[in-house]
Ligand binder design. Structure first.
Ligand SMILES: Cc1cc2nc3c(=O)[nH]c(=O)nc-3n(C[C@H](O)[C@H](O)[C@H](O)COP(=O)(O)O)c2cc1C
Length: 180
């Protein structure tokens, strides 16, 4: 296996437990957001719409909507990741916005890591609470919150499932015939 800088970052990013009281430099934030704009999306639909929340009062309202999760309470920046729901529907009728937004969020996560920033995704929130805190229209789904900042404590690297468990070669669950 070839080890690249990006692979190193992906492998060694550790989960944040909470964030320090330190602002994110504006040029770093801009770089993270710029990376998201260049994420891939189905038919280049680019359905993502982001709201960058830094105002303390709004962050606290968001935290309340996210069950007072410590990441949301302590992060100096919370990026609310929303989507145009009818962005694009694949041939099967499956909407693609959730996948598109995941691509954008993970691109932000890796860019942040490259800049020495920490981040954490949050799915656990009351959508109506987030929507009313920042004025997202009713027809726009809120897909995720991405907390950004500098960590104040990291957890251990989560154990990863074995390669054989998660990767099949040519057939579901099949091992590779020859050693790499
Ligand atoms: C789609 C998605 C949703 C997540 N939602 C939450 C959440 O609601 N609350 C939470 O504490 N962590 C959430 N996480 C963070 C994961 O638990 C985290 O990825 C895991 O602890 C491993 O940490 P790492 O991503 O920093 O390696 C979410 C992660 C992903 C990818």
């Amino acid at each position: 296996m070839r080890l690249t800088r990006l692979l190193h970052l992906a492998r060694n990013r550790r989960p944040v437990r909470r964030f320090r009281d330190r602002l994110v430099e504006p040029d770093m934030l801009e770089a993270v957001l710029e990376a998201a704009r260049y994420a891939p999306s189905a038919h280049e639909g680019q359905p993502w719409r982001f709201v960058v929340v830094q105002e303390a009062l709004t962050r606290h309202t968001l935290a309340a909507a996210a069950f007072n999760h410590p990441h949301v309470r302590t992060a100096p920046v919370v990026i609310v990741c929303c989507a145009r729901i009818h962005s694009h529907v694949s041939g099967t009728g499956r909407p693609s916005f959730a996948g598109d937004l995941a691509a954008a969020a993970q691109t932000m996560v890796l860019t942040a890591a490259d800049l020495g920033l920490d981040s954490s995704w949050i799915y656990g929130f009351r959508e109506s609470g987030v929507r009313s805190a920042i004025g997202v229209p009713g027809h726009v789904p809120v897909v995720a919150l991405l907390c950004l900042g500098y960590h104040d404590g990291l957890s251990d690297l989560p154990e990863r499932r074995a390669r054989e468990e998660v990767i099949g070669w040519d057939r579901w669950g099949a091992n590779r015939k020859t050693a790499p």
